[in-house]
Ligand binder design. Structure first.
Ligand code: NAD
Length: 648
């Protein structure tokens, strides 16, 4: 039985990242979240969309809408689940909000934490208990460190803090804000349960934690909110300190990676300052510059000459204790990457807002009953692997490589098949009973996909290198912006039409081969369905569909580089390529070689000859090449030179 983790606040920024991270490593997740974020911040803070996503994407995810203030419910749940690990991220997280709701703030942050600690002590005292605390427990005391004013930021002017704020920095006798004080209560109680009861507890005093899953609002989630303002052209308000106040920023996945290291080698009553450190720090003015460089849009902002109560002037974490205790951990996402990921996500959300009414109406999206309609944060695109049961032995290696190289794929992922069942975290099955009849089967699968755009990926092309989510989203944005029909994400073949005004894409002209592509291409689902005819094989669909696509004079594009980095396909005419089989066997990615034959040396050689022939043919520009093919087809009555080679 796999290990069970109880994650409180599982629909928030940190909780959801932790849930996904551990689920991908085979843990069972019990998520506790009462959606109080919507109570604190109104509809903009609603995390119901994330609950739906976790339930859809994480195999065996169990959601409990328990309010951690409910002592009896927490005790009952802990007694029933007896988790192997507890990760407590549920909180009222806003500094500014707390003063308006002091009772609720304290009940959630302090009392709720005590409920969980006591429940853990009674029912699973050996289980590591990781608590998300905050750097606000230091109150405004970091502001007493001498500072120097640089052109764009404040900086410590005391050599003792050249590496940042360490864990032994005093926490009392300073102004914390109501939020900081309730977090101090929780933090000290977590340490006490460690020291007093010898439980493996740990407080992580976070700096600015962020990532593309953050639903940043003005009162919480500075970087996410700042980038949102930049992307949406809205004004950002700077409160005091000349905009030179410094924050260190850490990606939520780096938080999850640290927790992973800690629970593997837990310690008692530990405290760590978990931030991005000096290297990942920036002032607000510097963040404006980085945001503008990332998105190409100037930041609109207004200065208010009054700082937030208790706000730090300069804060970055000293990471030396963490790195000494857990040398395998490091900050994996540099600041620039954090900006890029956040910007890409806000751009895609903005896109959804712009297009939802038009596309929904025009494309007549059919939504499956259990799927929520497109909301602000819902993706507009899904990945569909249109397979059939005869290829089921390739599913496990395909998805192993998929998640290894694209762990932050932001889209729901569907596997289309006939009747077989298959379970893999992050993959939903769509059954379609049309045997090997490619178009009828895929049509049924497409109809079940709830998004207006679909990225098709074939199961015998395994990802071999990391995919940049940001790149994929940018290309998706391009396709949506130009209201295009298809954008192929690999340059096989390279499009020869005029370069589009969008970077890295070119037009695929009417008549160009493979204008209709079935793999590694983002499709407007409505067009893809419109181009399909009954009873076509995948090969027929690509050739005949390409011909039919002539009805659309424009709207087909290809990229000039491989945005989805595939290697060679692994199977041809139902058999493994020798070289690919050897590589996959060594890579230990779940291939079952008893299910499918490997090509003989002769078959392998014969395929290489065909390949060499097409390499030569492809050197000829496509128009004369098609003319030549037509001539050959006329004389090559036995199909010796031209033949189709794909599975149905
Ligand atoms: N995000 C940051 O920049 C940051 C920085 C430092 C520390 N932290 C700490 O990390 C933790 C997580 O922060 P986050 O940014 O993910 O916050 P978040 O608001 O995104 O997530 C918190 C989740 O807890 C849930 N929740 C709130 N009250 C609850 C209750 N009574 N019962 C059950 N669920 C409840 C909310 O609905 C929300 O989904 C918090 O303790 C926060 O103080 C965050």
């Amino acid at each position: 039985m796999s290990k069970c983790i109880l994650v409180t606040g599982s629909c928030g920024l940190i909780g959801s990242e932790v849930a996904v991270f551990f689920a991908r490593r085979g843990f069972r997740i019990v998520g506790v979240d009462s959606n109080h974020r919507a109570v604190f911040f109104g509809p903009e803070g609603d995390t119901g969309w994330m609950r739906d996503r976790l339930q859809r994407d994480l195999l065996g995810y169990r959601h409990e809408a328990t309010d951690i203030r409910d002592r009896e419910r927490v005790l009952t749940l802990m007694r029933e689940v007896r988790p192997d690990i507890i990760i407590h991220t549920a909180a009222q997280p806003s500094h500014d909000k707390a003063a308006a709701i002091p009772f609720l703030d304290f009940e959630v942050n302090a009392l709720g934490t005590l409920h969980l600690l006591e429940a853990a002590r009674r029912f699973c005292p050996e289980s590591p208990f990781v608590h998300m605390s905050t750097n606000k427990v230091y109150g405004d005391r970091p502001n007493t460190i001498p500072l120097k004013e640089l052109e764009t930021r404040w900086e410590y002017n005391d050599p003792a803090f050249v590496n940042g704020i360490p864990e032994n920095f005093p926490i009392d006798q300073s102004k914390h804000s109501i939020f900081g004080a309730s977090k101090v209560a929780g933090d000290v109680m977590v340490q006490e349960y460690g020291r007093y009861f010898n439980m493996p507890t740990c407080c992580l005093r976070g700096g600015c934690l962020t990532g593309p899953n953050h639903s940043g609002v003005e009162l919480h989630g500075f970087l996410s909110y700042l980038i949102k303002c930049n992307v949406q052209g809205e004004e950002y308000r700077v409160y005091g300190y000349k905009g030179k106040q410094v924050r260190d920023n850490l990606h939520a996945e780096d938080v999850a990676r640290f927790i992973f290291e800690f629970v593997r080698a837990p310690r008692v009553a530990e405290v760590y300052n978990l931030g991005g450190g000096k290297d990942n720090s920036c002032s607000i003015l510097e963040a404006f510059r980085l945001a503008a460089e990332t998105t190409g849009r100037e930041m609109k902002w207004r200065y208010i000459d009054e700082n937030r109560i208790g706000d730090h002037i300069c804060y970055y974490s000293d990471l030396r204790k963490m790195k000494t205790h857990f040398p395998a951990w490091e900050v994996a996402r540099p600041l620039r990457t954090i900006f890029q990921e956040n910007a890409a996500m806000w751009e895609s959300r903005l896109l959804v807002n712009r297009m939802t009414p038009r596309t929904a109406a025009q494309n007549e999206i059919r939504t499956r009953p259990h799927t929520t309609s497109l909301s602000k944060a819902e993706p507009i695109c899904s990945v569909l692997v249109p397979s059939c049961d005869a290829y089921s032995d390739l599913w496990r290696p395909f998805f192993t490589m998929f998640w290894r190289h694209w762990p932050d794929c932001p889209f729901p992922v569907y596997l289309g098949c006939n009747e077989k069942t298959f379970s893999h975290t992050g993959v939903e099955i769509i059954h379609a009973n049309h045997g090997t009849n490619w178009t009828n089967r895929v049509r049924q699968q497409l109809t079940a996909v709830p998004t207006p755009y679909v990225l098709l990926m074939l199961e015998d092309f395994f990802l071999r290198k990391p995919v940049s989510t940001q790149d994929v989203i940018r290309h998706l944005s391009t396709l949506v912006e130009v209201e295009g029909h298809m954008l192929r994400l690999v340059r096989r073949p390279a499009p020869v039409g005029s370069p589009s005004q969008h970077a890295n894409t070119a037009v695929i002209e009417v008549g160009e081969p493979y204008r209709v592509s079935t793999q590694a291409a983002i499709w407007n689902k409505a067009t893809l369905l419109a181009l399909m005819r009954d009873h076509e094989s995948i090969w027929d669909f690509e050739t005949e569909g390409t011909r039919r696509s002539g009805n659309y004079t424009e709207g087909f594009y290809g990229t000039l580089t491989d945005v989805l980095p595939y290697g060679h396909h692994v199977v041809e005419k139902g058999k493994w390529f020798r070289k690919e089989a050897a590589w996959c066997g060594k890579a230990d990615i779940g291939c079952d070689f008893a299910q499918r034959a490997i090509m003989s040396h002769r078959e392998d050689l014969s395929w290489k000859c065909w390949k060499a022939r097409s390499v030569v043919l492809n050197c000829i520009p496509w128009k004369p090449r098609l003319a030549l093919r037509a001539v050959i087809a006329r004389v090559d009555r036995f199909g010796l030179v031209l033949r189709s080679s794909k599975k149905a």
